[in-house]
Design a protein around this ligand. Structure first.
Ligand code: B12
Length: 317
């Protein structure tokens, strides 16, 4: 019997939200899942692989409308690196789910055994071996979430979380630097977190995704006061100010999010759009906050990828 997956499992394996999977089916006919007797969609492994391939191509700048109906061999051909194309095309071939899981387990194992010497080479090897998309969605994000969960339940120490954070941070910083080289002519995006919030992974991953899509990333790091971000955007002539937010307790922040955002809205140059990613963009009152300029609330890296593509295309047309 051939294995069938439900939409939740496909979403987890591929890294696309359930909403996007349904939208790609309905709007673009990208896949045609069967329906179980309950009416629920079921997906074959071939359809799962097709979604994974489409997602990778979208991350490399193809619009879903232009590739959704192509047969698999053509999609695979598009994925093959061509020497003359952009840096994102130079990354290794897509990783299999089994390889990603084995890497995840190996890194977690070293962390559990306090074998910190093994961690850094393991992370570096994974970054070389997998394409950017797989490394982010299949290695970096699941590791941070799992370690956060284990610290919560008391099965890992905060010291282990710190050790992993530092090594992942170094690796991601290196990737950002490499991808950002030669992007001077792309649209400019400044990336930071608000004063008091030191969680850096959301903005690092966002910077990597933007750089891979050809944006010129001005990485300002975590813990930046609103006024400083506004002034830097003016000096750098940025098209977008991207703010990453983690679910930090309010007392950790130098200003409440609302005040920070209003101040930024006041002080940012007119030409800069304001994009807000992470916890502040999730369900809650903040995304209804009235600001004067064009504002996007971004609850996932996937939505960021879409916006970056749309805005990069808007400039060209
Ligand atoms: C790593 C981590 C740290 C590291 C940060 C290292 C670093 N250089 O970044 C360290 C150890 C330093 C740290 C410190 C603290 N942390 Co901490 N940390 C985490 C942890 C484990 C992971 C967060 C992370 O980086 N995730 C990776 C992001 C990218 O993934 P994500 O959160 O799933 O986000 C998704 C979307 O929201 C979106 N997204 C997220 N950010 C962004 C940004 C942009 C621009 C975009 C477009 C999208 C986007 O994309 C993701 C994928 O879809 C979380 C636990 C968890 N499970 O979240 C706690 C967590 C956030 N920390 C927490 C706390 C309390 C703290 C501390 C106050 C105390 C402590 N426990 O150590 C301090 C100080 C924080 C401060 N002042 O900022 C709490 C906050 C809960 C709360 N509200 O009370 C959490 C939830 C842990 C917990 N359960 O207690 N932390």
């Amino acid at each position: 019997m051939t294995e069938k997956l439900n939409i939740k499992a496909v979403s987890r394996l591929v890294g696309l939200s359930e909403h996007t999977i349904r939208a790609w089916e309905k709007r673009y006919g990208a896949i045609t899942p069967e329906r179980a007797s309950t009416g629920r969609r079921t997906y074959s492994m071939a359809e799962t692989e097709r979604l994974q391939t489409l997602y990778r191509l979208v991350c490399r700048g193809h619009s879903i409308s232009s590739i959704a109906s192509l047969p698999m061999p053509n999609l695979k051909q598009l994925l093959e690196p061509r020497k003359t194309e952009a840096k994102a095309e130079e990354s290794p071939p897509p990783a299999s789910v089994t390889d990603l899981q084995a890497t995840h387990e190996a890194i977690l194992g070293s962390l559990r055994r306090f074998d910190f010497d093994a961690l850094s080479p393991q992370i570096a090897k994974a970054a070389l071996r997998f394409d950017i998309h797989s490394f982010i969605h299949g290695v970096a994000l699941p590791l941070m979430r799992e370690v956060g969960r284990q610290v919560d339940t008391g099965s890992m120490l905060i010291a282990q979380e710190h050790a992993l954070s530092v090594m992942l941070r170094d690796q991601l910083g290196q990737m950002l630097k490499t991808l950002n080289t030669d992007n001077h002519r792309g649209k400019k995006i400044a990336v930071a977190t608000p004063g008091g919030d030191i969680h850096e992974f959301g903005i690092l991953l966002s910077g990597i995704v933007a750089a891979a899509l050809g944006w010129s990333v001005q990485y300002l790091g975590p813990n930046l006061p609103s006024e400083e971000l506004a002034r830097a955007c003016a000096a750098l002539e940025c098209d977008v100010a991207l703010l990453g937010t983690a679910p930090v307790p309010p007392e950790e922040l130098k200003q409440p999010w609302k005040d920070y955002l209003r101040d930024l809205d006041d002080k940012l140059p007119k030409r800069a759009a304001l994009w807000i990613g992470g916890a502040a963009a999730l369900d809650g009152p903040l995304p209804r906050l009235k600001l004067r300029r064009g504002t996007e609330w971004i609850d996932s890296i996937e939505k960021l990828e879409r916006l970056l593509q749309e805005h990069a295309e808007a400039k060209r047309s």
